[in-house]
Design a protein around this ligand. Sequence first.
Ligand SMILES: O=C(O)[C@@H](O)C(=O)CO
Ligand SMILES: [Mg+2]
Length: 260
Amino acid sequence: MPRFAANLTLMFTEVPFLDRFGKAAEAGFEAVEFLFPYDFDRNEIAERLKHYNLTQALFNMPPGNWAAGERGMAAIPGREEEFRKNLQTARDYALTLKVPVLHAMAGITRDLDRAACEETFVANMRHAADTLAGDDITVLIEPLNSRDIPGYFVAHQMDAVGWVEKIDRPNVAVQLDLYHAQIMDGDLTRLIERMGERIGHVQIASVPLRNEPDGGETNYPHLYETLHRVGYKGWIGCEYNPRNGTEAGLGWFQPYRRRS
Ligand SMILES: O=C(O)[C@@H](O)C(=O)CO
Ligand SMILES: [Mg+2]
């Protein structure tokens, strides 16, 4: 049976961030994920996780100036020092929150020299992987669709697999967001089979509207079975925008709910 993590950046936004942990637990989730924890004290987040018996499934390294449109810097030449500093911040949070995987966003590289970006990406990701290896943390590469995030460094799943192979570290994997994958790649059953053990985390939403995973182009129950068949045992992050309120949209989750 698949195990789901509520994405607290998009779900339960009816209440302030720190109150979303309780809401997720009450709704039956055993784990949570979110984009960024850095506006909050990491001990306070850890308290919420402990209090509600929740696992932290994933979060992202600091992305640079998000409001100005930045989406990470792992592949941006000249920002290596900032990347390393952000890695230390993310590591502090990761150790406190006991997260198994950390997403290192690559950045918008459309207008930059491709060869230099590729070289920077490999060097930064190796540094991140080596830094986190002793902590048992895997660093993730997530392809983002080029309709929502034009110019992002990696947009296709098999390109991300290629990067994992090139970086060549045991604790680097792909964050397979099936919303982005359906938009950019399609053929999801065969894609999951090809990606196999390279998958380090999964996220879901309907396509094209990024709402509850209960309609649109993707047959999620079939994809959960496919993930199980290829041996994926990690969390599935619910990274979607609820259509009409988070709780009202949780009908899809009821057959999978393990916690009352
Ligand atoms: O899919 C997404 O948008 C996120 O998982 C992310 O990390 C970057 O925005
Ligand atoms: Mg995602």
